[in-house]
Design a protein around this ligand. Structure first.
Ligand code: NDP
Length: 308
């Protein structure tokens, strides 16, 4: 029974150590030391190119090593092979930390004060209570819900928008394209935690920015493809948006000289909002392998027809 890990190299040793201790019956291999590929039944991968998958005739499950699956070409994955995304406590905690950091930095004008300090300027801004800010989260999945739960502890006014309707305590909820404009109206801060699909590509665009409260800020922790960069730059330049915090871009990294690198009101991070943590992810993944071995339904299988 072979498991092949073909993902982030620095964390491979931690994965291998976990499997060696907790699943000695499984032959855990780390790419490129993969041995006979025809023996591989479980693949843990970020990229899974078609020609590589074609060399795995016994593949039973493809595990994405990250929460998103937009990088996987489903047409290259045999129809009988389920694709499982990564849902694990470490990714959730990381995202909650990052979004909380970004929200509080925006709420308390931290980016303005960094700029003021660099000029030696002592200039106080009004301090607004959290209860005066309306924060909207797009995508009420595992991550969006965890983020809202934490933000609620600060007393912000919270809204959520989702494909299907979700009722969350203390969150005004909106569903579907027809309720998007009402959801956006009055948002001071918008957080994108959607998966990237044909429906959500380019959703952060001029129309959407124009529906937010003037001077609103945007945090994109979904995927770079959600954002129309030219529309963001225009909205920042016109003052419709005050700031953007971007953890994801398209492409990654941005080419040198791109305006987003140097825009004074853009805070850019290199796709680090959250990362799969071997210590917490390996037990979750191993449990799914055990389910597969017992012939039980797997957790966190993505719906190929929806793209997430
Ligand atoms: P989930 O699959 O748990 O949730 C996705 C949510 O988005 C679901 O609630 C779904 O609605 C909703 N949704 C999907 N399509 C639409 C649509 N067209 N309109 C409105 N709502 C929609 O994903 P996660 O919460 O785990 O992760 C979300 C994304 O976060 C990932 O896909 C990934 O791109 C990104 N991510 C970024 C990271 C980073 O470091 N920057 C790290 C990890 C993830 P429904 O309930 O109806 O299915």
């Amino acid at each position: 029974m072979s498991v092949l890990y073909r993902s982030d190299a620095p964390r491979a040793a931690a994965w291998a150590a976990y499997f060696a201790e907790h699943a000695p019956d499984l032959d855990f291999r780390v790419w490129p030391d993969a041995g006979d590929l025809s023996e591989v039944e479980y693949l843990i991968a970020w990229q899974a190119p078609g020609e590589f998958l074609a060399a795995l005739p016994r593949l039973k499950v493809l595990f994405s090593s990250g929460a998103g699956v937009d990088h996987i070409d489903f047409s290259a994955v045999p129809p009988h092979v389920p694709v499982v995304r990564m849902v694990e406590p470490g990714i959730i905690d990381g995202m909650v930390e990052y979004v909380t950091f970004a929200v509080l930095a925006l709420h308390r004008d931290a980016f303005d004060y960094v700029a003021a300090q660099s000029k030696g300027t002592w200039a106080q801004s009004e301090v607004w209570p959290a209860s005066t800010r309306t924060i909207g989260v797009m995508g009420l999945g595992v991550l969006g819900r965890a983020v809202l739960e934490r933000l609620a502890t600060f007393g912000f006014r919270l809204r959520g928008w989702n494909r299907s309707r979700r009722t969350l305590p203390g969150v005004e909820s909106f569903a579907g394209a027809e309720e998007l404009p009402v959801f956006l109206r009055g948002c001071d801060l918008l957080i994108c935690l959607l998966p990237l699909t044909d429906q959500t590509q380019g959703i952060l665009n001029a129309n959407l920015f124009g529906a937010l409260r003037p001077g609103a800020a945007v945090i994109n922790v979904g995927r770079g493809g959600h954002l129309v960069q030219a529309d963001l730059l225009a909205a920042l330049d016109s003052g419709q948006l005050s700031r953007a915090v971007l953890d994801v871009t398209d492409p990654e990294p941005l080419p040198s000289g791109h305006r987003l690198w140097t825009h004074p009101r853009v805070f850019l991070t290199p796709h680090i909002a959250s990362m799969t943590q071997p210590d917490t992810a390996a037990p979750v993944l191993l449990e799914n392998i055990r389910r597969s071995q017992r012939g039980e339904p797997l957790s966190d299988v993505i719906d190929r027809s929806q793209g997430y």
